[in-house]
Ligand binder design. Structure first.
Ligand SMILES: Nc1nc2c(ncn2[C@@H]2O[C@H](COP(=O)(O)OP(=O)(O)OP(=O)(O)O)[C@@H](O)[C@H]2O)c(=O)[nH]1
Ligand SMILES: [Mg+2]
Length: 205
């Protein structure tokens, strides 16, 4: 089973650990401790149209500023990078954009770059309009391949986020069955919309 290195970046308390644990363990925790260094989790994921399952190797990094210098060690050679922010924090969003700028210069070539808004259940406290983040992600100059808002509390979009990211990995194995022509046409014609993953392709840089 191919291993896929996947790293989570973002400001402290945005919910990275909670997202990772919702995805891997299927549970939500109201009380978490701030991550020290990084935590490592794995989960395998199988897409319907790919022959092999992937083993996602998740590096959940610490958002506290004092750990920022360690980040390049974690994102080096990553195949998927999830840059996370909390939709209720403008500061966290600004920090996410800084991470993306850093990755554009120094990030792993060819990675699937995802911009992820966390805590989507806290809509009444929202400080970052979904439209603003999706417009940033849609701008091909920013190199973002997937944009999604998620909630680890309700589970909203959590599995879908990881599936969308894995779907953008280069497919070395043959498709299980060729997609019908109409399905391909529908996919190509589909407009990216808010909360949906983006249709662009390319790499971090
Ligand atoms: N309402 C709500 N709260 C959340 C959600 N995800 C995380 N939280 C809460 O946000 C707080 C911080 O979550 P963490 O997962 O520890 O944040 P982190 O990004 O890992 O923080 P660092 O490890 O310090 O970088 C916790 O109290 C979580 O319960 C969510 O989807 N909805
Ligand atoms: Mg954490």
């Amino acid at each position: 089973m191919p291993g896929v290195k996947c790293v989570l970046l973002g400001e402290a308390a945005t919910g990275k650990t909670t997202l990772a644990s919702r995805f891997v363990k299927g549970a939500f925790s109201e009380f978490t401790e701030s991550t020290i260094g990084a935590a490592f989790l794995t989960k395998s994921i199988k897409l319907d149209d790919r022959a092999e399952a992937y083993r996602l190797e998740l590096w959940d990094t610490a958002g506290q500023e004092r750990f920022n210098s360690l980040a390049p060690m974690y994102y080096r050679a990553a195949k998927i990078v999830l840059v996370c922010y909390d939709i209720t924090s403008r500061d966290a969003f600004v920090r996410a954009l800084e991470w993306i700028a850093q990755l554009q210069k120094d990030g792993p070539a060819g990675c699937v770059l995802c911009l992820v808004g966390l805590k989507a259940d806290l809509a009444s406290k929202r400080e970052v309009p979904e439209q603003e983040a999706s417009a940033f992600a849609l701008d091909s100059a920013n190199g973002v391949h997937v944009f999604m808002e998620t909630s680890a509390k309700t589970g909203f979009n959590v599995d879908r986020l990881f599936e969308s990211a894995v779907r953008r990995l280069p497919n070395d194995a043959p498709l299980l069955a060729p997609a019908p022509v109409t399905e391909i046409a529908a996919h190509v014609a589909r407009e990216p919309k808010n909360g949906d993953d983006q249709g662009s392709s390319g790499c971090c840089r």
